[in-house]
Ligand binder design. Structure first.
Ligand SMILES: [Zn+2]
Length: 439
């Protein structure tokens, strides 16, 4: 039970009491005021000193200079005057139903074959709480990996106030093709469960999309490539899955419902089909060609690179898998730099769950800035830019009047030292305080 540290348990107890109270009393409409020593609003380039945020219910009413701020009488005042205050952070690529499966404990397959769904759901609630405690007040969670519509239930539990957690945008089961997703490698006579919904042909693709949207998907997630290896010419090769026609059926259906489509796509033909089929966000995008970058710019495609996860668990350098692992990282770095330079819309995403939830989510900020993104741009990728992608512009990812009061604080300036974002000590979501440990 390494995930349940004692501090985490204490926070869980505090917030679950708060949650129970919320069930019995209507949400308080009193005023809360936050005094911010430095405020990064999620949009503008310049931090501002000595600001006052006035919060009414779950929304921000005003943000102003301390000197001229009108503080409502009887307001509950939170003093963060020694801290740097930011909007709640957004991770646009997570898996609360994965736990960084350890191969020695059966890896990915054991998750599906051995664990009761109730266990997986229980662990997903821990993952959601850990994200919130680290300042991530919104997640786009990109599929349950065989846990069906479990993400819809976790989202309802959070929205109902039963458990603490971020705002969730969920995709439910995700979609791939025959031969395009695990469980794999079992006797062909066995009908094995799959980590995604398998479709073949545009009719099945459209039907799966309808089913998932009908059951609560906020986005549709599609696997456009499967696995990866070093190709004949030293390129990063990956197996394409859906055809353009299949993807077009999915995108057409999802867009008709006013929803968007996220495409896992590593490289090559599958990545090209993702763009030609009109997907809204490219996930990972390990090897993106110049013409594909141009197409992303033209189509307004979002890029969620998830860099850190490709630096974990490398096989030995002399093994084929080890060479593949190193190529993935080096090709990815190049793609990220090209996309950044070209002005592709980049959002912060981690693939947490692929990484154990015990690790810091904010480690991705360091990777993004090491590859040339400015700290403020990296912060925007996890605040206002991600909000734009989620069609929540002005509602989340920004500290401004009318936005939900999703507020976090760190002790030092993340523009000077991006690792400060791994030390979130105050977390408010929708006007409710979930963590307050400022030193
Ligand atoms: Zn993922």
């Amino acid at each position: 039970m390494r995930l349940v540290c004692r501090a985490g348990l204490a926070i869980l107890l505090v917030t679950s009491v708060a949650a129970q109270e919320k069930q019995s009393a209507p949400q308080s409409k009193t005023y809360t005021v936050i005094r911010a020593g430095t405020l990064i609003d999620g949009k503008s380039d310049q931090p501002r000193r000595d600001q006052v945020i006035v919060i009414h219910g779950d929304r921000i009413e005003s943000v102003s200079d301390a000197a001229s701020a009108k503080i409502p009488p009887e307001a509950n005042v939170i003093d963060l005057s020694k801290a740097v205050v930011l909007p709640g952070l957004i991770d646009s690529h997570t898996h609360i139903f994965l736990q960084g499966e350890n191969p020695a404990e059966g890896g990915y397959d054991a998750n599906i074959l051995k664990y009761p769904l109730s266990l997986r759901a229980a662990r997903a609630t821990v993952a959601a709480r850990r994200a919130l405690e680290q300042g991530f007040t919104t997640l786009r969670d990109l599929e349950t990996e065989g846990a069906g519509y479990g993400d819809v239930g976790i989202k309802e539990a959070i929205e109902g106030g039963y458990i603490p957690g971020p705002r969730l945008f969920v995709v439910t089961r995700a979609i791939s093709t025959t031969g395009g997703y695990p469980l794999e490698g079992y006797a062909p006579e066995l009908e094995m469960p799959k980590g995604a919904q398998i479709v073949d042909g545009p009719v099945e693709a459209r039907k799966a999309t309808r089913e998932q949207l009908d059951h609560g998907a906020d986005w549709i997630k599609v696997y456009m490539t499967h696995r990866s290896w070093v190709g004949k010419n030293g390129e990063l090769a990956s197996q394409p899955t859906l055809t353009v026609e299949e993807l077009k059926a999915i995108v057409d259906e999802a867009h008709g419902w006013g929803k968007k489509v996220a495409c896992h796509a590593y490289s090559g033909t599958g990545l090209q089909r993702a763009l030609d089929g009109g997907c809204d966000s490219i996930e990972h995008g390990l090897q993106i060609s110049d013409s594909q970058i141009a197409q992303m710019l033209k189509q307004g495609t979002w890029y969620c690179p998830t860099i850190s996860v490709y630096y974990t668990d490398w096989s030995p350098a002399d093994a084929p898998d080890g060479q593949r692992d190193r190529l993935r990282a080096s090709a990815h770095e190049e793609s990220f730099k090209k996309a950044l330079k070209a002005g592709v819309k980049i959002v912060f995403g981690t693939d947490m769950g692929g990484i154990p939830w015990t690790e810091p989510i904010a480690q991705e900020f360091l990777k993004m800035t090491e590859l040339g993104m400015s700290p403020m741009e990296a912060i925007r990728s996890a605040t206002s830019r991600a909000a734009d992608m989620l069609e929540m512009t002005g509602k989340i990812g920004v500290l401004a009047p009318g936005a939900y009061a999703d507020v976090v604080a760190v002790p030092g300036d993340p523009v000077k030292d991006i690792k400060q974002l791994e030390d979130v000590q105050f977390v408010m979501k929708g006007g409710q305080v979930f963590k307050s440990e400022m030193k």
